[in-house]
Each structure stands twice: as structure tokens, then as C-alpha cells.
Design a protein around this ligand. Structure first.
Ligand SMILES: [Zn+2]
Ligand SMILES: [Zn+2]
Ligand SMILES: [Zn+2]
Length: 244
């Protein structure tokens, strides 16, 4: 019998694997950070579909054993992280030195580069920096940073992961455990680019309803910026940040 647990960085979900070499059972654990309690356990991946109808009875057994699992799980309070800043659409020809010089107009020290990713077009890229918590107010007060005599838009960067394959939050496509894709627009089992559905249906909300037994409206695309699931993910990130 092996038990392995991983809690994701937002500290809201964990995955636990229970079983032996021949029969592995993957469980999601939903944990309430306020009182450190494990609230619900449901299976993940193909097993979810396979045993959907018998989930309740199956997991009644597992839940009975939860106290054993609990002893093996270390639930820790999430440690606060420094906020991040993003500067948009900097020409690729600009050096980090010139960007740091620009940032010195706002911050009293160089900022650590977290990562760089593609911008609005092929000639430009977005830079993400770590901002020490004590300097966050300087970021909040700034909308532009002058680099090589040109003002560039700067703002707080909100980190979250979303799978372009299954559309769930918390992991990237390359780590996705679903073999068939979910459409970001209608939630059907096809690539989003091949969608010809007339109406949107949010797959993220759909999974949320299943997981939490809610009956929320699905009539928007999962890429809608106002999707409540996305809002929650963003809020959780903002709550995890150190602003002192
Ligand atoms: Zn995925
Ligand atoms: Zn579709
Ligand atoms: Zn949604």
C-alpha cells in the first residue's frame, strides 16, 4: 500500500494516490484552509467517468479511511509570495540593462526577472519581474515605465496556470491528464479551433458544478474574462501575495 500526496501551490486542492502497483486510485482532496479540514474526495481522470454513478458508494469506503490518510498529509499554511510586475511589448532589441535602468525610475533596486513571453507581435515581448513586497506601493502608483526614452505599460501580473487541453486551472497542457481535449468555447470533446457550436458553454463551470454540487449557469465561454471560476482563481492568487 502506498500513499502519496501533492498539494498544489494555491493550497486548495491536493491529489492523493492510494493503492499498490497494480491498482492505483487517484483522489482529489479539497481542503478548507480556514480549519485545515479535508472536505471531499472524488476520483480523477478516466476513473471519474467510469465510476461516476457509483462514486458515492465507492468513496464512502475511502472516506471512512480518511483519518488514516489525514495522518499522512501535512497541511501547511501557504507562504506568502512577492508580487510580480509585467511590462508589456518591449522591443526584442532592448537589453535587460536598459530595462533595469528604466525600472530604477520607479524602484530603488534592480528587479529579478521571472520570465519573458511573447508580446502583441513578433518584434516585442512581455517581461515579468518579481517586486519585493515593501516596494509594491511603488508599482501600484505607476502605470508607465520609461525605457530608452519610451514609456511602456507596467502593471501587476497575476499568475495562474490553465490547461489549453482540458481548460482546467492549476496545470498546463503539457501536464494535462486528459487524453481528449475539451473545447474552450462549448466544452465539447474537440479542439477549440474546430468548434462550430452556436452557443458557448463553460467547461470550467461545468466541472465546478460536478465537483461542488452547485448549479451555476454555463452560458458563457470558458475564456470569458468574467467567468466566475477565473475570477476565483485570480482572487486566490491575490490573497496569496505578500503586500507588507
Ligand atoms: Zn488539463
Ligand atoms: Zn466547441
Ligand atoms: Zn466560466
Amino acid at each position: 500500500m502506498i500513499i502519496r500526496t501533492a498539494i498544489d501551490e494555491e493550497k486548495e486542492f491536493g491529489a492523493t494516490v492510494i493503492g499498490d502497483d497494480t491498482d492505483l486510485l487517484v483522489l482529489w482532496i479539497v481542503h478548507a484552509p480556514t480549519n485545515n479540514q479535508l472536505k471531499m474526495v472524488i476520483p480523477k481522470k478516466d476513473r471519474y467517468k467510469a465510476v461516476q454513478s457509483s462514486v458515492q458508494s465507492l468513496f464512502r469506503e475511502e472516506i471512512r479511511e480518511l483519518h488514516q490518510i489525514k495522518e499522512k498529509i501535512v497541511l501547511t499554511k501557504p507562504s506568502k509570495r512577492n508580487p510580480s510586475a509585467i511590462i508589456f511589448n518591449i522591443p526584442k532589441s532592448f537589453t535587460e540593462t536598459s530595462i533595469q535602468q528604466g525600472l530604477r525610475q520607479i524602484f530603488p533596486q534592480d528587479l529579478k526577472v521571472k520570465f519573458i513571453f511573447k508580446g502583441r507581435d513578433t518584434d516585442v515581448q512581455n517581461w515579468v519581474f518579481e517586486v519585493p513586497a515593501q516596494h509594491f506601493h511603488l508599482l501600484k502608483d505607476s502605470q508607465r515605465v520609461p525605457i530608452n526614452w519610451t514609456p511602456f505599460k507596467i502593471s501587476q501580473f497575476i499568475h495562474y496556470k490553465r490547461s489549453n487541453n482540458c481548460q482546467s486551472f492549476g496545470h498546463l497542457s503539457r501536464d494535462c491528464f486528459f487524453s481528449a481535449p475539451n473545447c474552450a468555447y462549448c466544452g465539447g470533446h474537440h479542439e477549440t479551433s474546430l468548434c462550430n457550436a452556436e452557443r458557448p458553454s463553460c467547461i470550467t463551470r461545468y466541472h465546478h458544478n460536478i465537483r461542488f454540487g452547485t448549479i451555476m449557469q454555463l452560458n458563457h465561454s470558458s475564456r470569458d474574462r468574467s467567468c466566475p471560476c477565473l475570477q476565483t482563481v485570480k482572487q486566490n492568487y491575490l490573497k496569496s501575495i505578500d503586500y507588507t
